[in-house]
Ligand binder design. Structure first.
Ligand SMILES: Cc1ncc(COP(=O)(O)O)c(C=O)c1O
Length: 384
């Protein structure tokens, strides 16, 4: 079959699921640089870190009950801090339905050696949320970046839970509503929905998590970069911009730029609406395209940020996973060479397919322009 090469390219062909597209209009020259080359503990450095924290609170509607800290080692650092500092006080339940959730299971079972209850589902599905035992601490990912499956809402988390709800929200924050009264710990990193730089994590602690930190000492040692208490009290400075160790002030300024952009657009509802519009535009193309399907079977659990797609069975009849992966590679390489789309191959551990980031910094026109390019690249790849 002959599919003509489209005439129009996406203006910004950035569809990676992390680091994600910079905010529209971003340029390095627009970043404030006054804090660079200064101590992060100078009055100015601390003020900029505190500003980043307060803008985060404002844009995400985080209530005053929850503390917000900037911590080392990106989202992974923030999640590890939470797992190592909080777990072990009561039974733990781990939910996993894709690669990152599985990574947290491995940590808790193999490293912390906790006898956790593990609720797993295959790529494209969610575990049975109704069967979660909330007398235990529960660790889950709000949006599974590598399968494109998210929890539908916070209704399954009871208000009167005994355990802590510990949530890796890295590809959800700024694109989905997070019910803060249902979340005791949330984490994310900057390079996702707002298109910031990698390097730092954000750790959000509700009052029940702080209570746990102040009343429980884990049986294992904690390295300095995980330690949030001193003499049994929370180190409050961490949540005011007195970081545990030295942050990149350039990354901080870049994050502030992204937050200010988000505010100018109308804040969280505008960010969510942008992601929703992108995901809807992509879905419209999927519906009209016989060779591709959503990996997330149920539209209610379908991500509006990391949208994962698989080949329709008929389109790749007779091709095993390896051959399908080769097809994915060809499609991704063709589109990259044409500057039509960057970084769209699915995650290495996920079923073969493509993944298109639809987060708030992507423009819907670019998603619309991408469809015909995907059709063209698929035809080229399958014919070659
Ligand atoms: C759900 C989820 N958790 C954790 C991570 C790891 O994030 P980071 O590289 O910021 O540590 C990612 C990265 O894509 C992710 O998608």
């Amino acid at each position: 079959m002959d599919v003509a090469k489209p005439a129009t390219r996406p203006a910004r062909p950035y569809f990676s699921s992390g680091p994600c597209a910079k905010p529209p209009g971003w340029s390095a020259a627009k970043l404030a640089t006054g804090s660079l080359g200064r101590s992060h503990r100078s009055k100015l450095g601390k003020a900029r870190l505190a500003h980043a924290i307060e803008l985060t609170r404002h844009v995400l509607h985080i209530p005053a009950t929850h503390r917000i800290g900037i911590v080392p080692a990106s989202d992974t650092g923030a999640v590890e801090m939470a797992l190592w500092s909080l777990l072990g006080a009561r039974p733990a339940t781990m939910l996993a339905w894709e690669s990152f959730g599985e990574g947290w299971v491995t940590d808790v079972v193999k490293q912390l050696k906790l006898d956790a209850t593990i609720l797993k589902a295959d790529y494209g599905e969610l575990p049975d949320l109704a069967s979660v035992d909330w007398t235990s601490d529960v660790v889950f990912t709000w949006n599974g970046t590598t399968s494109g499956v998210r929890v539908p809402d916070g209704e399954w988390i009871p208000a009167d839970r005994e355990g802590l709800a510990i949530c890796d929200a890295t590809s959800a924050a700024f694109a989905m509503d997070l019910p803060w009264d249902k979340i005791d710990v949330a984490t994310f990193s900057w390079q996702k929905v707002l298109g910031g730089e990698g390097g730092h994590g954000v750790l959000i602690l509700g009052p029940r998590a702080v209570e746990r930190l102040e009343s429980y000492v884990p049986a294992w040692p904690l390295p300095k970069i995980f330690r949030m208490t001193k003499s049994g009290k929370l180190i409050e400075g961490i949540f005011k911009g007195e970081t545990i160790n030295t942050p990149s002030m350039l990354a901080v300024e870049d994050y502030i730029f992204a937050l200010e952009w988000a505010e100018l657009q109308g804040g969280l509802s505008a960010m969510t609406a942008r992601a929703d519009a992108n995901a809807a535009a992509l879905s419209a193309w999927v519906e009209a395209t016989p060779w591709i399907e959503h990996l997330a079977a149920d539209p209610v659990t379908r991500s509006n940020t990391s949208v994962c797609l698989k080949f329709a069975d008929d389109a790749v009849a007779g091709l095993d996973d390896e051959a399908q992966l080769a097809l994915v590679k060809k499609i991704a390489a063709l589109l990259e060479a044409e500057d039509a789309a960057y970084d769209i191959a699915g995650y290495r551990d996920a079923p073969p397919g493509i993944r298109i980031w639809c987060g708030a910094t992507v423009d819907t026109d670019d998603i619309v322009a991408l469809g015909p390019w995907l059709d063209w690249a698929f035809q080229q790849a399958i014919d070659s």
